[in-house]
Structures are given as structure tokens and as C-alpha cells.
Design a protein around this ligand. Structure first.
Ligand code: SF4
Ligand code: SF4
Length: 734
């Protein structure tokens, strides 16, 4: 539950990281993203492979007990040992016992998030054993005494000069090291000596093949295979979810992982080892001795970690997390992550969008509490994930579980919602934003008084203090005459009643009570194009409570909305939505909430400009629409892009002759209620800076945005009017 103190703590932490680590993270992640876009766009099999790896993972996790048995037989047949560790302490006990039995004095490690998870370095060091990270990024973090900030690039938050500063401070070389070449050469030599002298080599495993006991290491530095085979004893540590049946299933993962992670066609090294390997051992103190002169026989231990994973497997909502191949694409594609990095957007070990699933799975939901709200549910990461994991859904489920008690009814909200936080109650901030429908009805019924109240300085201070609404944000201006009032005032009127096409326009809460002009424009446009238009009852789609983690409330709303739309669908109406996030509910999330209604609604619901595009394509006359009079700067909405419908707006504006400059920035930073929250205001504005840069030279244009959030953010950034594209093309007269 967020108190004002807690919100302030979060805000200060985020502001600090926005200045310190954010710019470096953003630069490094942008490079990875550019590579990913190129690699995936030019890869014809990309979508097919995504389906394939998803199916392999689903089957492998379902069949995990059998795969583990097969793997045990394979590893033991090869002469190795398999240990299934119940938790981190169990794994560390096993590993330190192996080290003690070998009288090991030093261990070299390649990068492994699973060993970060179990904190094996601490366990070994407490046992008096030297541990050296041999991955460059991990090594830098080790000497800087910091934690990883990214699944793939653990020191992604550090620039070259940051790395040089750490290395020079710790090692005090005769001449300070500066260039990347100097730094890597120094570290390579330093770690080469550590690898040669190590008693044990420890690696992770990207994939473990059950039928052969083969582990696959996918790296760019070559340190992993050196660590695995130079010492006589090799310990590989991996989560149980890394087991797949065999080499045939491995190939599509190898094809996808580097493209998704760094944009490479394939990583520099793909090492497949079936330990204990037969490579001869070497005694580096006697370089003239023949190969095989190293002391003992080779020894191999595969330590598979449960640590909550088998419970995740039984959890219908968290199970998907186990399909994750840790490529980091979800983090890279996430605007909030890009700006604040993994030290804010992550837990003890895991970072980025999927971190909530991992941290909640291995440490309980509370382990994700501090950063879970950084996910705005924008869904951009879903298309980036090679395994098609519904990351925002996992984040929402965990948020729902963290919320605890059921959300109060509208009446309870009105009675309780204005009281300060009480320990054990549902967060008032979430309750308020999740119940925006109630507020909007009240605000509209009491406008203009409500609008005066919400802009009154002392009232805003109270809202900041008790609810966590950023005082810097302008609040919505409620309209006394709602869209439905306006529509009804035009009756008796049934233009196009015999028309071939019939549309029920879904009046989302914003369109009905706040941004009524875009609703009127939609009605006028559709009617001018010969469509018969009705309005359904204005009801919250469920998006607002869903983004607060109020799943039951969202489900109730979804049921209400589908009940309302069903008769229209029965009568042959198409459903048209103006707000992209609501359309995304119909076409995506409703599959979970109202499965029996989902298919028909998803197939028959449209973005308003998508629908206009379809009408024009099918012969409707474009000269009834407003013609181009002014150049336009257009920003589409995240969820429009996830649905792939943003192109229709651009196509319609193009068809009507508008000169359109489209923003390149993928996220405005506002994300519904997110930008209104005091603790996230700075972050939302920082993300918005990219959009400001996009449109800085375009101020002679009319600003146009499809989403409510984008509209609000653009108005905040540029202090000027922003309209919906439908307002641009609507005929002027009713
Ligand atoms: S849904 Fe959006 S905000 Fe959430 S993790 Fe994915 S990209 Fe980030
Ligand atoms: S959730 Fe998907 S995108 Fe994110 S790290 Fe895992 S596999 Fe990669």
C-alpha cells in the first residue's frame, strides 16, 4: 500500500536514476533495438519460429517431470551428476560441498542470472573460496560491487568511461586505461590468468538437452567455454525450465535468441558441451608437459534449480514466465525501462517487463511490489518477445495479488475513497484511477463546479498528499453535456436508417464525459459516409481497473459492455471504438474476461479510422469529408501499434491529401493514469521528451493524436491544442 512517504521515496529513486543511469541505458538499449528491428524485419521465418518455440516451451514445461528423469539418465550415463536443488540454500550447500571435496581455492564463472538468483558468489566466498566473474560486464559489476541492471547486458547502465573509471580505480595500472580495446585487453589478460589457475569452472546453461545431457551456452565473449573446460571440475547451474527434449528443439531457439537480444544473426559462440568433456586437461604451471597432464579426472555437476519454479508451473497465471529465454527484448522495447533502467525496473535479480513474473515466482509477490507499477500495460513488449509471453498480463496478475482484498463497489468507493490510506486497505490511488467511471459521471453532472475544484490549488495539494495525483498535471475537463446527451438531442433523427452498414459507436468514458468533440466528429463522419450510427450505453470497458490490477472489477465491466453490445452484434452492427486502449480490450484482453463473447466482438470491432479506411476502400465518397487545410503532426498510440491498426489513420489522412509528419517515438510516456501519479510524473515526462524532440520543429502543424493519454501528454509538452484524427476529417456541419 502506497503512503505519501512511500510515493516520495519512489519518486526520488526514479529521479536519481533518470539522471545517472537512464541516459546510458537509453543509448545502449537503442542500439540493441535498432539491431533487433533489422534482424527481425529481414527474417522471413520470424513469426513461424516464434510460434514454434512457444509450442516447444509449452510442451516442455508440461512434460517437465519426464524430461527431468530423461536428463538425469543422460547426465549419469555420460559420467556426470545431476542435483535438483529445492531452493537457493540447497543449491549453495551442494555447490560448496563439491568445492570443499575438491579443496578448491578458486572458482571462475561465466555469466549466469540463475547463479545471481541463488547468490552463489556469497556462499562460496563465505566458504573461503575466491570467485571471479569472467564475463566482462559481470566482472565490471563484481569489482564495482553492483548488481546487474539487464538480463543480457548486466552492466548496460555503465558507459565506457564509467567502466574505465572502475577498472583504473581498482587495478591502478601504470597508465590509465581509456579505450575499449585497452580495457578489454587488460581484463582478458587478468581473467585469463584466473581461468588458468581456477579449480572449478562454473557456467549457466541457456538450454539443457534431456536426451543427451548436452548444455548449450550462447555467448559473445568465449569466456563461458573457457571456464567450462579449463578447470577439471565443471559445475553448470540452471533453472529447471531450461530443459528441452533434444537438439531438434534447440535449433529454433538458437535462430531467435540472438536476433531478439542484440540483433545479431547469431551470437559469436554457440557452445554445445556434453560434460564431462573429453578435452585433455592442462597443467598451466608445466606448459611443456603434454596435453592431459592436468591432475585429476574431469568431473561434472549439473545443478538444476527449482526455487519456486515448480510452483510457477502449477500456477495458471505465472506459468508463462517459465517460457522465458532471458533475451531481454521485453526490457529493451519498454519505454519506462529505456529511461530508468533495471535498477528501478527490476528486483533483486531480474529486470525489465518479465522481472515481475520471475521475482514473484521465486520470491513471492512482494518481491515485485517495488517496481511492478512501472509496467503501464502498454503491450509493446508482447510483440518483441520471441516466445510470445503476455508480459503485461503477468504484471497485472501480480498487481492484482498485491492489491489483496477485493475492490470496493462504487458506493464504497464514494464513502471510503476520499479517506487517507489505512494499513491493510486497498491503495486509494489505484482505487481512484480504477474507478474513473464514477468520477467522470460525478464530474460531468457537477461541471463546471467540478472543473473549478480540480484546478483549485489547495485541492490539488490535498490530492497530491492523500491520493498521489501529480499537481503538475492538468486534470480532465468534464463536459456538462455528454456525448450521449448530444446524440439524444438530435433525435428524432435516423439518418441512414436503411443504410447497408450499421455501426454502434462505443462511447468510452473519456469520449462521453470529457473529449466529447471527438465522439461528435466520429458520428458526423460515419453518417456522412452513409453509415447508420447508434451509440451504446457509455460504460467503462475495464481498461481503467485493469491497469490498476483490479482484475475482478475489469471482468465485471467486460461482462457489462459485452451484454450491452451483444444485441447490436445480433442485429448486424459493427462496433467502432475511438479510444485505442478500449479497442485493445475488445480485441485482446476480453479473450480472458469474456471468452464466450470474445471471438465475435474481436472480429467485428474496429478503430474508427480503420473503419473509415474500409468505407473509402469500398467506394464511399471522400469529398464529404473535410479536406486538407493544414499540415499535421501525428502521434499514434502504443496499443494501436500492437494491434497493427495505426497505418489506417496515416492512410486515410494521406488519401485526403493531408501533409502528415508522423512521430518516430514509440511511447508518449503518459500511459493512462501512470503520468498522473505523483511518483511517476518525472519518469512520464522524461519518456515524453522523445516525443517533444520529434515534434520540436513541427510547431506550424496541427497536432493530432489517437489516444487520450497521448493527447494529454502532447498538450502538457507543447501547451497547445491536440485533436483526434477523426476531428480533422469530420464534416463541419451536423
Ligand atoms: S507492457 Fe509496456 S510498460 Fe509493461 S513491461 Fe511491456 S513494454 Fe513495459
Ligand atoms: S519475456 Fe520474452 S522478451 Fe522478455 S526476456 Fe523473456 S523471452 Fe525475452
Amino acid at each position: 500500500m502506497s503512503s505519501q512517504r512511500e510515493r516520495r521515496r519512489k519518486a526520488e529513486r526514479i529521479s536519481e536514476l533518470l539522471e545517472t543511469e537512464g541516459p546510458v541505458v537509453n543509448e545502449n538499449v537503442s542500439l540493441m533495438n535498432r539491431g533487433r528491428y533489422d534482424a527481425t524485419e529481414n527474417f522471413d521465418e520470424y513469426e513461424d519460429l516464434r510460434d514454434e518455440v512457444r509450442a516447444i516451451k509449452e510442451e516442455a514445461i508440461a512434460d517437465l517431470p519426464n524430461l527431468l528423469e530423461t536428463l538425469r539418465e543422460s547426465v549419469e550415463r555420460n559420467g556426470g551428476n545431476l542435483y535438483l536443488a529445492a531452493d537457493a540454500a540447497d543449491a549453495n550447500r551442494y555447490i560448496t560441498t563439491v568445492a570443499d571435496e575438491r579443496d578448491a581455492e578458486s572458482v571462475v564463472k561465466s555469466k549466469s542470472m540463475t547463479t545471481e538468483e541463488i547468490e552463489v558468489n556469497d556462499a562460496l566466498e563465505q566458504d573461503g573460496i575466491d570467485v571471479w566473474e569472467t564475463d566482462l560486464g559481470e566482472f565490471v559489476l563484481q569489482i564495482a560491487d553492483e548488481s546487474p541492471s539487464h538480463l543480457v547486458g548486466p552492466s548496460l547502465h555503465k558507459s565506457r568511461s564509467d567502466v574505465a573509471a572502475v577498472v583504473n580505480e581498482v587495478f591502478e595500472p601504470d597508465e590509465p586505461l581509456e579505450t575499449a580495446d585497452e580495457l578489454t585487453a587488460f581484463v582478458r589478460d587478468h581473467l585469463g590468468e584466473r581461468i588458468q589457475g581456477a579449480d572449478i569452472g562454473m557456467t549457466g546453461a541457456n538450454f539443457v538437452l534431456a536426451d543427451s545431457g548436452t548444455i548449450t551456452l550462447i555467448t559473445n565473449e568465449g569466456n563461458a567455454r573457457k571456464s567450462a573446460v579449463t578447470p577439471n571440475t565443471h559445475i553448470a547451474v540452471a533453472g529447471v525450465e531450461k530443459v528441452i527434449p533434444g537438439a531438434e528443439e534447440l535449433q529454433p531457439f538458437v535462430d531467435l535468441i540472438a536476433k531478439s537480444a542484440t540483433g545479431q544473426a547469431i551470437t559469436q559462440y554457440v557452445s554445445m558441451l556434453t560434460p564431462p568433456v573429453e578435452t585433455p586437461t592442462i597443467d598451466f604451471e608445466k606448459p611443456d608437459e603434454p596435453l592431459g597432464s592436468g591432475d585429476d579426472e574431469r568431473e561434472f555437476h549439473l545443478v538444476l534449480i527449482d526455487n519456486g519454479r515448480l510452483d510457477m508451473r502449477d500456477d495458471d497465471q505465472l506459468r508463462e514466465t517459465l517460457y522465458c529465454i532471458r533475451c531481454g527484448a521485453c526490457a529493451n522495447s519498454c519505454a519506462n525501462f529505456q529511461h530508468v533502467g533495471g535498477h528501478a525496473f527490476g528486483g533483486e535479480t531480474y529486470t525489465g517487463g518479465i522481472a515481475t513474473g520471475w521475482e514473484a515466482g521465486i520470491g513471492g509477490e512482494e518481491a515485485a511490489e517495488d517496481f511492478n507499477d512501472l509496467c503501464t500495460g502498454c503491450s509493446r513488449c508482447v510483440n518483441a518477445c520471441p516466445v510470445k509471453i503476455d508480459i503485461p498480463w503477468i504484471n497485472t496478475v501480480v498487481r492484482d495479488r498485491l492489491n489483496g482484498d477485493a475492490m470496493p463497489s462504487e458506493f464504497e468507493f464514494l464513502v471510503e475513497g476520499l479517506t487517507p490510506d489505512a494499513e491493510g486497505s486497498v491503495d486509494i490511488q489505484k482505487r481512484l484511477f480504477g474507478n474513473f467511471e464514477t468520477l467522470a459521471k460525478l464530474g460531468s453532472a457537477t461541471a463546471p463546479l467540478s472543473n473549478w475544484m480540480t484546478s483549485f490549488g489547495p485541492a490539488r495539494k490535498l490530492m497530491d498528499r492523500f491520493v498521489g495525483i501529480a499537481p503538475e498535471r492538468d486534470l480532465p475537463t468534464f463536459q456538462r453535456e455528454t456525448l450521449v446527451d448530444w446524440f439524444d438531442s438530435r433525435r428524432p433523427r435516423a439518418p441512414n436508417a436503411t443504410a447497408e452498414r450499421k455501426v454502434v459507436l462505443y462511447p468510452d468514458i473519456y469520449t462521453n464525459y470529457v473529449l466529447t468533440d471527438r465522439g461528435k466528429a466520429a458520428v458526423r463522419t460515419l453518417e456522412a459516409l452513409g453509415v447508420h450510427v447508434e451509440l451504446s450505453t457509455p460504460k467503462e470497458s475495464g481498461r481503467a481497473p485493469l491497469s490498476q490490477g483490479m482484475i475482478q472489477t475489469a471482468t465485471d465491466h467486460a461482462e457489462n459492455v459485452t451484454d450491452d453490445l451483444e444485441p447490436y452484434l445480433d442485429a448486424g452492427f459493427d462496433v467502432v471504438a475511438i479510444e485505442p486502449s478500449d479497442l485493445a480490450m475488445f480485441r485482446s484482453e476480453y479473450e480472458k474476461f469474456v471468452p464466450s463473447h470474445y471471438d465475435r466482438l474481436a472480429e467485428n470491432s474496429y478503430d474508427v479510422l480503420e473503419y473509415v479506411y474500409g468505407l473509402l476502400e469500398n467506394g464511399a465518397k471522400k469529398d464529404v469529408l473535410a479536406s486538407s487545410t493544414t499540415p499535421v503532426a501525428y502521434h499514434s498510440h502504443c496499443q494501436q501499434r500492437t494491434l497493427g491498426v495505426e497505418t489506417y489513420t496515416e492512410a486515410v489522412l494521406d488519401e485526403l491529401g493531408f501533409d502528415v509528419a508522423t512521430s518516430e517515438s514509440e511511447c508518449c510516456g503518459m500511459a493512462g493514469s501512470f503520468g498522473y501519479k505523483s511518483e511517476y510524473y518525472d519518469l512520464s515526462m522524461d519518456v515524453g521528451e522523445d516525443l517533444r524532440d520529434d515534434f520540436d520543429g513541427e510547431t506550424h502543424r496541427q497536432f493530432v493524436a489517437s489516444g487520450t493519454s497521448c493527447t494529454e501528454q502532447l498538450e502538457a509538452l507543447f501547451a497547445r491544442e491536440v485533436i483526434h484524427p477523426i476531428e480533422l476529417i469530420a464534416p463541419e456541419n451536423d
